[in-house]
Design a protein around this ligand. Structure first.
Ligand code: NAP
Ligand code: SF4
Ligand code: SF4
Length: 380
């Protein structure tokens, strides 16, 4: 295993591969029924393989991921890892909620301290809410009494939102979606570099784009990688691209089979920053172009169309519509759509066609019409 450090925490080596607890093996396809035996074996195997960063969050697996992690880290494993979890910011309705969630999370995780604590899924709108409801004061209190070790946030908003949030608090770290496809999406590479310039360490999430970059590749993509002259699997190309960037301290993967864990551990033993040649970076750019040309809707997830009075997460819906078109992944993306957006009431079917969003979209997207198309495809 290779290790890197956060700029503000130089004495704490962090494994470049982190274990994400959002896609654990489950029973009967039910996300809220974690297959504890298999998931515990994977988590322990990762730790034995050198992984020392474990990431979960309040809502994962219908609220079952945190209690699972608490149980799985019994027997001495807790002391071998840095434990990260996230406050469900969208559920906060007043200042007292920050303490309420953190105390509940400590109980669920069977610990008296969360090493890395994140405000979950910030965007511009939630950032304003965090400030209004005293979220930053609450972070300060939790840092002072050591219920949390380091304060950070995970991000799903526009580049402008990201810049504001980075400048708005003395963060220890942040977590952004980063993979060889999403260089100009949400925070993107510009956000990676901005964070690094402010000494905010970056954790990459979705390094395999939720598994899509590692799945069976179209012939055209296989042909591009073959020009690299190295017999690497699609997953390995994706990993090596992420770890090529020295600003990435660790990258989280939701591994759910022993084979995936073995492969990812093996790459993490040899991957180094700056290791890809200019020719290999160019191949990655060609693969990116292939997928981006298949996007269904030119949404940049800038978020200017928000807030929607009916609570539709317009950029998230469009991002899922694009994922389906690019990767031909209707079934898997539909599961995510229902699990995340429909269950929170922020899917496309909440649109009442008021028309408020459309004039605000710099890409002139016919939003209500495209939302309907998305729901027909993903909500069925
Ligand atoms: N804070 C946030 O807002 C947020 C959002 C997203 C994620 N996260 C965190 O980041 C973690 C990582 O995100 P992610 O799970 O989407 O990461 P990811 O690595 O992009 O995707 C994980 C999926 O990739 C597949 N996979 C992993 N290793 C593979 C291999 N060697 N070969 C083939 N397929 C492989 C598996 O998919 P299959 O199931 O298809 O096999 C696995 O479920 C999450 O677990 C979560 O902890 C946080
Ligand atoms: S048209 Fe639909 S998506 Fe747009 S603001 Fe109105 S309800 Fe929201
Ligand atoms: S629909 Fe338009 S305004 Fe809304 S996030 Fe996408 S590009 Fe931005």
């Amino acid at each position: 295993m290779r290790f890197r450090t956060f700029p503000k925490i130089p004495d704490l080596p962090i494994s470049i591969l982190g274990f994400g607890c959002m896609r654990l093996p489950v029973l009967d396809g039910d996300a809220s029924r974690i297959d504890e035996e298999a998931a515990t074996r994977l988590l322990h195997g990762a730790i034995e393989g050198g992984v020392n960063y474990v990431d979960t969050a309040y809502p994962y697996h219908g609220g079952e991921s945190e209690p699972f992690v608490g149980r799985a880290l019994r027997g001495g494993y807790r002391g071998r890892v840095q434990l990260a979890t996230k406050c469900p910011t969208w559920m906060v309705e007043g200042e007292g909620d920050w303490e309420r969630f953190l105390d509940e999370q400590l109980r669920r995780l069977e610990t008296d301290r969360v090493d890395f604590y994140l405000l979950h899924a910030l965007n511009g709108e939630r950032w304003e809410m965090v400030k209004r409801f005293g979220g930053l004061r609450a972070l300060g209190r939790a840092l002072a009494d050591r219920r949390i070790g380091y304060a950070g946030f995970s991000f799903h908003g526009s580049p402008d939102d990201f810049a504001q949030i980075i400048e708005g608090y003395d963060w220890d770290f942040c977590q952004i979606q980063l993979n060889l496809l999403d260089v100009d999406f949400q925070a993107g590479l510009a956000g990676l570099r901005l964070a690094a310039s402010r000494k905010v360490g970056v954790i990459a999430m979705e390094p395999l784009r939720g598994g899509l970059l590692a799945a069976v590749q179209p012939e055209a993509v296989r042909a591009v990688w073959a020009r690299g002259g190295r017999a690497l699997s699609p997953a390995e190309w994706a990993w090596r691209w992420v770890w090529h960037h020295p600003e990435v301290v660790t990258a989280l993967s939701g591994m759910n089979t022993e084979g995936q864990l073995r492969e990812n551990l093996a790459v993490a033993v040899t991957a180094t920053a700056g290791a890809l040649s200019p020719m290999e970076l160019d191949l990655a750019a060609q693969v990116r172009r292939y997928y981006l040309e298949r996007m269904r809707v030119p949404c940049t997830t800038c978020g200017y169309c928000l807030p929607c009075p009916s609570g539709v997460s317009i950029p998230d819906v469009f991002s899922m519509l694009n994922t389906t078109a690019m990767f031909d992944s209707r079934e898997a993306t539909s599961r995510l759509y229902k699990g995340i957006l429909v269950s929170r009431g922020s899917a496309a079917d909440a649109c009442i066609e008021c028309g408020e969003c459309e004039p605000k979209c710099p890409q002139a997207i016919p939003i209500p019409e495209t939302l309907k198309e998305a729901h027909e495809l993903l909500g069925a």
